[in-house]
Design a protein around this ligand. Sequence first.
Ligand code: 3PG
Length: 307
Amino acid sequence: MKKILVATEKPFAKAAVEGIKKIVEGAGFEMALLENYTQKTEFTAAAADADAIIIRSDIVDADVLEAALKLKIVVRAGAGYDNIDLAAATAKKVVAMNTPGQNSNAVAELAVGMMVYAARNNFNGSSGTELKGKKLGLHAFGYVGKAVATIARGFGMDVYAFDPFVDKKTIEAEGIHCVETVEELYKTCQYVSLHMPATAQTKKSINFNLLSLMPKGATLVNTARKEVIDEEGLLQMYAERADFKYVSDVEPDCKGLIAEKFSGRFYFTPKKMGAQTSEANNNAGLAAARQIVDFFTKNDSTFQVNK
Ligand code: 3PG
């Protein structure tokens, strides 16, 4: 019998785990659960006899792939798959997939929620500002960017987007201004929300040159990855622009310095929680389980990311 391991250092909601189990067992497979683990060795031990693994931000590196002797497929229940060593997976003939779009609404709601929090001075009781009428720049326009646009337009924001991989017509069809250069996005928008994956090209790409183009009252919202930020540039922006605020889902490495010097101008979640809702857990977890069942029973490799 095939064993499907759900390995989540940050567990899914209980209902999502039950839903995954139902799908897996309904297909005649067995589910194993490893939650809240603290050591990589716990993961490698659990992976040893797994035919498939469902993960969230859990690291699947060459060691895990080496230990997982029977592994055929790993599915990242979520969007970003920078936590999987794709080259090592391909070398071991392991299929890697994600579940695009399944948790995007949760991330989008958090992004807009953090914008409100920043605009209202971290709910400290002082007079803040409103989002209505402000310009919002979406840096990358995938599922999350699109969902943020829908919510932000409900707030009466004027939405702009830059994405070199999405054509102008697709962006404009959503009633969003499409800008041709990344510089134009930052120059135009008081709020910029990041929605790109962490890749060799995007890592450290949000730097002082870009941020310093932002108009007065600049707020940067990061529900993407901390790695896309050039933290030296971020600190310089804080130091040179007293109007600048940064809100991010997960703490930057320089959090201590920011907290010490720039109090009231930041908010960082203690743990990545953009996709941490029962709905997103259900959507992404169940999609991952279905993709695994379809892979084994129908040879379906839609959503494979290491082709
Ligand atoms: C994603 O890439 O899907 C999000 O960052 C969510 O990550 P998580 O599953 O670890 O919450």
